[in-house]
Design a binder for this molecule. Structure first.
Ligand code: URA
Length: 434
């Protein structure tokens, strides 16, 4: 078999066989096929797409290109959830303890933030002492004992994706549906859980800008999961404003704590309850949606979910006193209110602009090696549908940098204010189970 023939076949719009996809992935990971040939194939895939069978084969080949987590030593059903990335997305820190408090097992590998979106690992590291790297043995023991662990990736999972993603990034081939779907699903499937819930975000602050694109991606990923024997479902959620009020690492941890104590923002609470109900049904803990929601609400009300977060922090070496008393998190030197110049109703809050501004204030990284300021970020005072007066506060910035005037101007522009009354959009737009 020759790589050039595979390139020509896809260039001419034909369907690749299992053997050809195997040859290309194995050859690329082994170093036998050079970047320039893979670049050409990626461009041909971007142009002509892949059918479902090709996409499933590609995912399967990528998934088996490195280590695959074996979670069989953990008793019970292992659930996992994945978000395609948003601004203010602290869902895992709330949802994880919630579902674990009701008997599902969450053995989760999370990622770091890059660009305008944050990462769960960075948020967790704002808790002093918190370890996101633990031994495999500790990871298994922790999930068996308390039902939850959230850590960084262990082992070399999906090396094919590392090489392919880096190449796609510099060859203009990121925006291909089969390539995105296989990239995300190969990593999720390699993480070893029994079921997967995908939170596919759409809107200005998301990877997918429209509901239609998000639906197509979600349906493809759900089909890949089912084809490869894993109960996979998806929700399509709104990212036309940041999730909750807080954006920035320690600020988001504090909001997650508030939420677990029963005082969370409406959109975050609704998302976590609905997603949690689906995960508990996937795990077979509850048969129907209403009993699952009732149980999760009870965990919020009686402190079980909050206690589960404390247990996780304790097991991973974190200082639990910060969870008990969030005022201990250090504050940034400058905490400045951003005032509105106009009156009206908040129609949209550009999550991309808010995410990028938070990053410039110190909360995120442009490059992987950049250092993060855990106390930096933005706390919204208003959300879509709220009224605003001239001189009233839109949001508050938290930063340790000295020159933030231009960031304040950008943050102001992120708020789209209209004269007419604005309806609050639902957080979850669709649920895709098959
Ligand atoms: N996230 C991924 O992990 N892969 C993609 O291709 C796009 C987003």
């Amino acid at each position: 078999m020759r790589m050039v023939d595979i390139i020509i076949k896809k260039r001419d719009g034909h369907i690749l066989s299992k053997e050809e996809i195997h040859f290309f992935i194995k050859g690329y990971v082994d170093g036998a096929i050079p970047d320039y040939q893979v670049s050409a194939l990626l461009m041909a895939i971007l142009d002509h797409g892949m059918n479902m069978e090709e996409t499933v084969t590609l995912t399967d080949e990528m998934l088996h290109s490195g280590d695959v987590m074996d979670l069989s030593a953990i008793a019970g059903h292992k659930v996992d959830k994945h978000s395609t990335g948003g601004v203010g997305d602290k869902t895992s820190l709330v949802l994880g303890p919630l579902v674990a408090s009701r008997g599902a097992k969450l053995a989760k590998m999370s990622g770091r933030g890059l660009g305008h979106t944050g990462g769960t690992l960075d948020k967790m590291e704002s808790i002093p002492g918190m370890r996101i790297s633990v031994s495999n043995e500790h990871f298994i023991r922790q999930v068996n004992q308390i039902g939850i662990a959230i850590v960084g990736q262990t082992g070399l999972l999906v090396p094919a994706d590392k090489k392919l993603y880096a190449l796609r990034d510099v060859t203009g081939t990121v925006e291909s549906l089969p390539l995105i779907a296989s990239s995300i699903m190969s990593k999720k499937l390699a993480s070893g859980s029994d079921s997967i819930l995908l939170d596919v975000k759409f809107g200005q602050g998301a990877f997918m800008k429209t509901l239609d694109d998000a639906r197509e991606l979600a349906k493809t990923m759900v089909a890949i999961g089912h084809n490869l024997g894993r109960d996979t479902r998806a929700i399509l959620t709104d990212m036309d404003q940041p999730l909750g009020y807080a954006v920035g690492n320690a600020l988001e941890v504090k909001e997650a704590i508030d939420t677990l104590k029963g005082h969370g923002p409406k959109d975050l609470v609704e998302l976590c309850l609905e997603a949690g109900a689906i995960m508990l049904m996937q795990a077979g803990v509850y048969k129907d949606h209403d009993s699952a929601i009732k149980a999760l609400q009870e965990s919020l009300d009686n402190g079980d979910a909050f206690n589960k977060l404390k247990e996780m922090v304790d097991w991973q070496g974190g200082d639990v006193s910060y969870i008990e008393n969030p005022n201990k998190f250090p504050l940034a030197k400058h905490i400045v209110e951003v005032k509105s110049d106009v009156a009206g109703h908040i129609a949209r809050i550009d999550a991309l602009m808010i995410g990028e501004s938070a990053m410039r204030l110190g909360a995120g990284r442009e490059k992987l090696e950049d250092k993060i300021d855990m106390s930096a970020g933005i706390v919204l005072n208003k959300k879509i549908g709220d009224t605003i007066e001239v001189g009233e506060t839109l949001c508050t910035i938290h930063t340790n940098i000295e020159n933030y005037d231009s960031i304040i101007e950008d943050v102001k522009k992120a708020f789209i204010i209209k004269k007419e009354v604005v309806k609050v959009p639902p957080i979850i737009h669709e649920y895709i189970a098959k």
